[in-house]
Design a protein. Sequence first.
Length: 129
Amino acid sequence: MVEEPIALHRAALLGEARDMSAASQHVPQVTFDRLELNRILTLYGRMVAAGEWRDYALDFLDEMAVFSIFRRSSEMPLFRIEKRPKLRARQGQYSVVAAGGVILKRGHELAQVLRIFDKKLLKALTQKE
């Protein structure tokens, strides 16, 4: 018996061929670019080294990209760093959201928005020493 490789994308391609109008209306996913992800992961690494954070998750949706930060992987996220390009002209496309859904900081530049964690990092480092 000859084993044939399983093509998991075959059903998706058949669905796209049937409905070409849906493909033309598809909005691309929102993602973090390399520089944004580098800034976020640098902050994440410093907070992990301080013992504050332990896990993260990335979600790339149609309307926004989300970097969720966890103390433990079984909990709800402590913070979410969100990128919403539709808000670029208004309040700014970047925001930090707390666990309860409260927006802690919003702005046009990611570096400025991430400064909210500087106080938390300093406090964590001073408690450790």
